[in-house]
Design a binder for this molecule. Structure first.
Ligand SMILES: CCCCCCCC/C=C\CCCCCCCC(=O)NCC(=O)O
Ligand SMILES: [Zn+2]
Ligand SMILES: [Zn+2]
Length: 515
């Protein structure tokens, strides 16, 4: 049969031709013009004031000592099981450990130490120039549970050394920061350091179960004293290496915000009965379908609507061809990139509100129809959505009146801290990364997990979440998972990072832009 050439076919042909032409021009434009449409992100600052009076270095004896201290810290099982169940014996033991291994910190007349909420620590280090606004470093002592039977290569509280790594719960979340911060201060005090700018150190004992006793009470105490903070640095994002296709060299992501959360409980009640005469649908089946609908219908991909866009704009110049063209022209390629990012769990977490079914309980006996089934679903909310919007979407996706949806807890995404060239905290952290890791590119990011720092918003607008732990392929499974570990070299770098950060924070003014 012959195709008839109609007016419609001709118009269609020219339409397609026009589309191809427009696309070609746009791509050409993107290649030639490059980053015209992205922010100017790599202007360098001019000359920095030198505040490093003590060169960041470690002797062989110090390297041995700091490693021993970290190992003992990991061996104390400071596990938080729930808000009402924590290993308080271990928390007490941890307190004794800190006092034993950091004698200078705990005996220096310069450092004031207070226990808060029974097991959290607040240290105050007054600077010589009282009019400089103080900053604060945060970390947490507690860890999530760990079971060797889940497949650990070494017992989770052994701190065993394997191929240059220390294995154990807390090695990356977050005892490396607790011990790293105090170890750095210990060595600075040993070498006669006195800060110009005052600072605080807050070590929470219940971060993994909300921070309601530790961080919340530290904040209350500081507020009652009228403290305002120039910046806050807590655990969070890391140095990525080899986890983003096309990115040349490592990239440090400084968390300038963190996602919100919503936890909902879904439940179904049905009459119990004999399993030999079951109804068409059980409470378990109804609930399973609802949960499956939530997993299947993911929350929308919102890439580009939050600070994750800035992550790629800042890293764009470190991508090789053709990735650089894509990252430099998100106005054109945003949907292409977001499609790629949603393919992996760790990068997917950057582009949307995630849905995690974490608990499912039902049934009492194999021949009894369950009268009740319940599931808990934990959502991590993208920066551009609100808790209310997410709750509405959950209701409409579940959409089954037999399934009761109850709000358990939640909060909106955290405010976005500034990361421009005039922002002291961000620039000092960035400079410190460059001082200790010259090969690393620094970029803002969104922390996908939550931290104690979310309780500090009334004390400072500039809150950052970053630890210079190396994050390589396969490492995402170590957070709250099996084989959590840190390399010995990385722990030394972390101590040096805090050592240098404390000195860099004594800088009074940021340099102006390089002319
Ligand atoms: C540009 C995309 C790069 C993807 C690389 C992902 C990098 C992720 C790095 C670290 C993630 C770890 C989150 C750390 C904070 C976790 C704190 C925590 O456990 N809080 C409790 C909670 O959130 O429940
Ligand atoms: Zn943590
Ligand atoms: Zn954690």
């Amino acid at each position: 049969m012959k195709t008839k050439i109609t007016k419609k076919t001709i118009l269609k042909f020219f339409g397609i031709l026009l589309l191809i032409l427009v696309l070609s021009v746009l791509i050409l434009f993107a290649v030639v013009i490059g980053r015209t449409f992205t922010f100017k992100v790599n202007t360098e600052l001019g000359q920095w004031e030198n505040a490093t009076t003590i060169y960041p270095s470690l002797s062989p004896e110090q390297k041995k000592q700091l490693l021993e201290n970290l190992k003992v810290a990991v061996q104390i099982p400071t596990v938080s099981f729930s808000e009402s169940k924590q290993n308080t014996t271990a928390l007490q033991e941890f307190d004794l450990l800190l006092r034993r291994v950091f004698p200078k910190v705990f005996s220096s007349s310069l450092v004031q130490h207070e226990m808060v909420g029974n097991y959290s620590h607040l240290l105050t280090v007054p600077g010589s120039e009282a009019d400089l606004e103080p900053y604060m470093l945060l970390a947490h002592i507690d860890v999530v549970p760990a079971d060797e039977a889940d497949g650990w290569d070494a017992p989770p509280f052994s701190a065993q050394e394997l191929n240059g790594f220390i294995y154990g719960r807390g090695t990356i979340d977050n005892k490396q920061s607790v011990m790293g911060i105090l170890q750095a201060l210990e060595y600075l005090l040993e070498r006669g350091y006195t800060p110009r700018r005052s600072f605080y150190i807050g070590l929470g004992h219940d971060e993994e179960v909300s921070g309601s006793q530790g961080a919340v009470n530290i904040v209350k105490l500081l507020k009652s004293r009228g403290v305002k903070l120039l910046y806050v640095l807590d655990e969070g994002l890391t140095i990525m290496d080899g986890v983003v296709d096309g990115l040349i060299g490592p990239g440090a992501l400084i968390g300038v915000s963190e996602k919100g959360q919503a936890t909902v409980k879904l439940s179904v009640s049905t009459p119990p009965g004999h399993s030999s005469m079951p109804p068409r649908e059980s409470s378990i089946g109804i609930l399973a379908s609802a949960v499956a609908r939530l997993e299947k219908n993911r929350m929308p991909n919102l890439f580009g609507h939050g600070p994750e866009r800035a992550t790629f704009e800042h890293l764009a110049h470190k991508f090789g061809w053709p990735y650089r063209m894509v990252m430099s022209n998100l106005w054109l390629f945003s949907s292409l990139l977001s499609g790629v990012l949603e393919g992996q769990p760790d990068t997917n977490a950057f582009v949307r509100t995630t849905t995690a079914v974490t608990m499912f309980n039902s049934g009492v006996k194999i021949n009894v129809m369950p009268a009740y089934a319940e599931a808990f679903v934990n959502f991590r909310i993208h920066s551009s959505q609100t808790l209310q919007e997410v709750l509405k979407l959950i209701e409409s996706t579940v959409s089954d009146e037999r399934v009761k949806v109850e709000f358990v807890s939640g909060f909106d995404p955290l405010p976005i801290s500034s990361y421009d060239e005039d922002t002291f905290g961000y620039q000092i952290i960035k400079k410190t990364v460059h001082d200790i890791f010259p090969e690393v590119t620094v970029s803002p990011g969104v922390c996908v997990g939550n931290t104690d720092s979310r309780h500090y918003t009334e004390l400072s607008p500039d809150i950052y979440r970053f630890v210079p732990s190396w994050y390589k392929p396969g490492d995402s499974a170590r957070f709250h998972g099996v084989n959590e570990r840190i390399s010995i070299q990385n722990y030394e770098e972390i101590v040096l990072f805090y050592f240098q950060l404390m000195q860099n924070s004594d800088i009074i003014n940021l340099p102006g832009p390089r002319i």
